[in-house]
Design a protein around this ligand. Sequence first.
Ligand code: ASP
Length: 444
Amino acid sequence: MKIVVKFGGSSLADAGQFKKVADIIHANPDRRYVVPSAPGKRFDGDRKVTDLLYDCYAAEQDPERLSTCLEAVRARYDEIIRDLGLDLSLDQEFETIRTNLEEGADKDYCASRGEYLNGIVLAAYLGYEFIDSARVIRFDDAGNFDGDKTNIILSRCLEDIDRAVIPGFYGATDSGVITTFSRGGSDITGSIVARAVCADLYENWTDVPGFLVADPRIIDDPQIIHTLTYKELRELSYMGASVLHEDAIFPVRSEGIPIQIRNTNNPQDEGTMIVESTSRRPQYIITGIAGKKGFASILVEKDMMNEEIGFCRKVLQVFEDNGLSIEHMPSGVDTMTVFVNQEKFQEKEQRVISGIHRMVHPDLLELESGLALLAIVGRGMRDTRGVAGRAFKALASKNINIKMIDQGSSELNIVIGVKEKYFEEAIRVLYKEFVQNPEDGQED
Ligand code: ASP
């Protein structure tokens, strides 16, 4: 068996956490390839090393401030090395980083040093080989990750290496320019490594017990989802559930490798297994509930709209011309409504309004802001009658007005739009309906 393990920043925040990580790795000899994040927060109010490194970048032009900022980064690693009793010096590394920054190194280079240095420390502690991700993770010159090229280089590199540490979050272009993924991107590196070594499992170790059925800031002590499909994960992540970086599923998905979310602080827990598909029935009819605030809707109404060929395309063209992506688009016979991100829309709203008037001459155009969307997601809904009915009834019983309903044709999700002020209450109502007192729906 080959298992790739990725540890997040809080799992590697100090020497105590490093010891837990080493225990986890040594507990199973199949855990052969390790992807670390940079050290995260040790306590509330602490700062992540990556954030300290962004400070260093901002201080590049000011030698005194740069020294102070670099010292703060250095102190984090020195403390870990000392407390682990390692015979390792990062003097040379910090010399190089300082010189590069003084010479104007860019932001990605700077941010990437957190994972780079942590990789060196962890490799020394485990006695594993250190592989600099700049050698094996490829980006093109425009900053886009090149999955195919990376897979060739990385799988060849790891072919003869039994155990290695490969830092998360960054790679480089062919000419060696360091490039990072977006924040939280070490999750993606873990997935890329899992694909390259044809792993049996990708374990993603973090500081939460797994994927939760609903947001713990809204629901007290929500249930853990034991098994989640990639598609369900995608729907939940899109709607704001954030345990794993959204792009982390793509490399493993193409190989059908499962991802297991596990808790470094409670390694005996099973966590959440994310799989391509499963015959395991979900614990409840629904797998999870997620949602986001901050949407606006644009209602466009015109008599006989349904007969006007190209009507929708023309309206959508206006959004495209203004660089706005569309979140949802329910329609009626003579109406269509477009849901967009409110913040992005606000800057361009007048241009969009005049654009729609010019393009389709509507009878009515109405804007509404302050909307929230929530999604009930679950593979179990497809085979169950009455889920939508129960959801609407439960919301109505609490006088929550539904602004929009959109059921994906995969029957994997039902998206419901409500006013932002009802958002938290709506999540609580749905959780209660489907999880706290679930009556089994009728199978279709
Ligand atoms: N250290 C980076 C961040 O803070 C990447 C990661 O942790 O995955 O975003």
